[in-house]
Design a protein around this ligand. Structure first.
Ligand SMILES: Nc1nc2c(c(=O)[nH]1)N[C@H]1C(S)=C(S)[C@@H](COP(=O)(O)O)O[C@H]1N2
Ligand SMILES: [Mo]
Length: 263
């Protein structure tokens, strides 16, 4: 067992080293990786495929991310990235206390859903105290409360052709004078159905604040911070994610980061 652990870590380190060095610079410095023929990007893409395959082969589908005790929550969850979206639809919902919020579940499902916050809160709830690791070099332990995504998927009925879940968010992320690009994320159905993957509406025993993704953000606990989409408005089941953004499966993958982002 310890041999297995050692070799897994070794392989992951080999695959992760390149990502880690450049990632330390932060979530906002990767414009140069945008072009498809960029050499650094090609290496990152290979590292991406390596970590995904190795982690899928070595980690069981159900392996849990570590959970912590309440005494290990030392501070509030540090807001990062978008912290107060200014898109018109989001501002209108926020101004009304999210009473009109509906989570859309669409795409390759038998029954598209439109769920209010009360409907989400009335579904089976799960709380978990986990550590959020941002590639900018900080971590926070926090308690997240929500409903398992698997229950939402079951209610919608996932068609057999679906391979990925795409999370569409309300915020546009960009820099300088650019209008910004829609934040989106995606995961495979193993991570989507993982017992710790939840549609979270609560943080540290309070209502999820705007700065951390109100009214709902998804937690994919075996992944890095940027794979925890905030301000989720729609969950779309697809067989292929190349039709979104620049085609790499998430906002940050489009900017040179690892899509799988496993830790
Ligand atoms: N919609 C959306 N989700 C997002 C981001 C964002 O800018 N927009 N930033 C990501 C990054 S880089 C991190 S570290 C976490 C921050 O979550 P927090 O603000 O709750 O700490 O959200 C992730 N999810
Ligand atoms: Mo992050």
């Amino acid at each position: 067992m310890s041999d297995l652990k050692l070799s897994r870590r070794g392989i992951l380190r080999a695959g992760g080293a390149l990502v880690a060095t450049s990632a330390l610079a932060g979530c906002d410095q990767f414009d140069f990786l945008g072009s498809r023929d960029n050499q650094v990007r090609n290496v990152l893409e290979k590292a991406n495929a390596l970590t995904y395959q190795v982690q899928r082969a070595v980690l069981g589908a159900e392996t849990l991310a570590p959970e912590y005790s309440a005494s290990e929550i030392r501070q509030g969850q540090r807001p990062n990235g978008s912290t107060n979206p200014n898109s018109e639809d989001y501002v209108a919902l926020k101004d009304n206390g999210f009473a009109d919020y509906r989570l859309q579940v669409s795409g390759l499902v038998d029954k598209p859903l439109s769920l209010s916050l009360d409907e989400l809160r009335n579904m089976p709830a799960r709380s978990q105290i986990t550590r959020h690791d941002c590639v900018e070099g900080w971590s926070c332990i926090a308690k997240w409360t929500g409903t398992p995504l698997s229950g939402i998927l079951d209610q919608a009925g996932v068609k057999p052709t679906a391979k990925y879940v795409v999370f569409h968010c309300f915020d546009l992320l960009g820099r300088g004078l650019s209008a910004g690009e829609p934040y989106y994320e995606s995961c495979d159905l193993i991570d989507a159905r993982h017992p710790q993957t939840i549609a979270a509406y609560g943080l540290n025993d309070a209502v999820l604040p705007v700065s951390n993704g109100a009214p709902m953000r998804v937690r994919i606990e075996r992944a890095l911070g940027y794979k925890q989409p905030k301000y989720v408005k729609e969950i779309e089941l697809v067989d292929d994610y190349t039709q979104f953004g620049a085609g790499n499966g998430s906002y940050w993958a489009d900017h040179g980061y690892d899509w799988y982002a496993g830790i």
